[in-house]
Write a protein that binds this ligand. Sequence first.
Ligand code: COA
Length: 699
Amino acid sequence: MTTANPLLTTPSRPLPKHIAIVGAGTIGPDIGYYLKSALLQTRLTLVDVNQAAIDKALQRCQDYAKKAIARGKVSEQQAAAVTANIASMTGTTDYAQLADCDWVIEAATENLPLKQRIFAQLESILRPDALITSNTSSLPAARIFADLKHKGRATVTHFFAPAWRNPAVEVIAWEKTDPAVVEYLRWLFCATAKVPLVTADAVCFMLDRIFDNWCNEAAMLLSRATAAEIDSVAAEFVHAGPFFVLNLARGNPIITETNTLQAEEEGAHYTPAPIFRSVDTWVTVPPGKSVAVADKTRAAIRDRLLGILFSQSVDILDRDIGQPVDLDLGCRMALGFKKGPLELMRDLGEAETSRILQRLRKERLGLPLPKRPYAEYQNFLRHVLVDDIDGGIKVITLRRPEAMNALHDGLTDEVLAVIRQFESDAAVKGFIITGYGTRAFCAGADIGRFPSMLDDDVAAAQYARDCSRLLVHLDAMQKPVVAALNGMALGGGLELAMRCHGIVALESAWMQLPEITLGIVPGIGAMVVPYRRWPKAAAAFSDMLRRAARLKAAEAHQLGVVDALAKHLPGLMAAAVARVHALAGQPSPIAQGPITLPSLEPVEPTTVDGQLLPQETLRIMEKTIRNAAAAETLDAALEIGYRAFGASALTVAAREGVTAFQEGRKPDFKTANDSLEKRASRSAAASKRSTSNSKGGTP
Ligand code: COA
């Protein structure tokens, strides 16, 4: 059975014990490093005809491991395991060494006869069921695997640079590939922190159709502007302009090759710009720098760049090459677009999209145009996946892999829309909310949205209210909703779980309210709900709120916050299903009236892990917890929380905390605390003056 969330299926094979990568160029070792870091028990062999290339590749992986440790991205224990595992990676020039491989990934040069020779050689020594995949970015599976005897085990798995870090992988659903193989690869990639995007077996698949034609269009525009001007205009849409990327990837010959392929298959409108053959390096600007561009030229370049994006996107959807949500996600994750093309179309609206496409039609004859009304290209869920399990339970998976499933109002509104769609359907017994992948249920509210709220308490409070529409709905629901914590549940993610009617968790999951370390307070229920729902856990939550302490799933289970624990994902889903059934017909478990709080100890010490805590934020928090407990109704208590979030957004500490997160450094709240002290002493002096003035007896 295919599920939208790949991890809801039971894998049809065990994890591979021995994987080989053929090709020790750049991407081969990068794929190897990813596999070695993710699958600690797997043997990995690099194959190349050139021993020097193998030695260089093995060294490259060792260097990656050293860098990861130096950056502190992994714990000491993990680092030791990964380093030992990288050290056990071997290289060979002898294909016979691969006889017991469960999976061979070909990452050789983009040359059809060469690839076909490699696959013939592989097939002669591998088991008939061993997986064979190619990392080609453009050659269809139907061509490269045409001569294989056992085609069902073969397909394309297309990685993106840098393959050790870039999560996107296209998995091609070629008609001859056994669907169970595609499902298994989706599962395997998702279980190892990649984001598999299934696409049809078209030339250049999904994402390179976008990228190659984007670059080709940029080159076609060179008759109107320079490379630097075109990159400067493109910077509105991408982190690095097309010519800059082409220089980086030495990509000119690749575009010539892949666009020739597209032109041969689909028409002359894809013919590569001739200039690619005569230029080696483009004179352009790096990301963050730009040159001035005349308004008229800018408008023309902008229209054409958008035009090609829209043309390729509607074509991909009309021909079912990929899913709309994967198209946008892939463009952001794999190609460095700031927004996906369908998001851009949505933001510009129907009339402007149509104008841009009409211009493209006139200037670039033959390129694909929409075949359906505009609205049909926009009709899809962007942030969640929905599955049906156990004959009537809807699993809603939060899926924002670029931000560890962080919440924003768009995501929470989608969850709400799915719930509303099914909650009065008698066939639906309840809902499970979980997170995509294996690391995070949800890493909290999307911090990327915070900077715009920093000086605006009204907007910040309203944002908290907007994100809470889903949570308030959960409070009033009759059908059970269970949170299945597949990894960390932080900040707003934990606040969402708190409002579900039950919580089950993997033993490895943990919870945290890190807001205090950002100089803000958690605005959507964490200062309110735990005290009303789990009085026994009040001390633990106070510690979480005020010192960002972590609560492990097992501790939360002992405190009654988590209803059941599971060792692995299938167990987690089974526990969630059992909880949905057990909760049928039970109302929201959150106390509605005022409550008595246990006494809150002053926060000692005032630092956590050597980091100073922001005193003003702590004061806002203490006051809010007290006032919310005394509120007559849950709704009134929640409103106090939204406003407190607004108030915290005005503080010096919030600016420092949010800026530090975005700059990837630890915040320093000393200035914030000092300014608070100065304000306090100024107001003490002022009140002393006014007291002495009044004592002096003004006339
Ligand atoms: N909002 C927006 N983006 C988030 C996010 C959030 N709450 N949490 C994580 N991300 C993004 C990161 O910015 C990063 O994006 P990038 O690759 O474009 O830089 C990506 O997710 C991966 O996170 P990263 O920090 O590189 O991974 P890590 O393993 O080193 O750390 C966390 C993981 C969750 C511990 C860390 O990201 C974190 O502290 N996040 C903030 C959690 C938080 O404070 N939540 C409450 C918000 S009110």
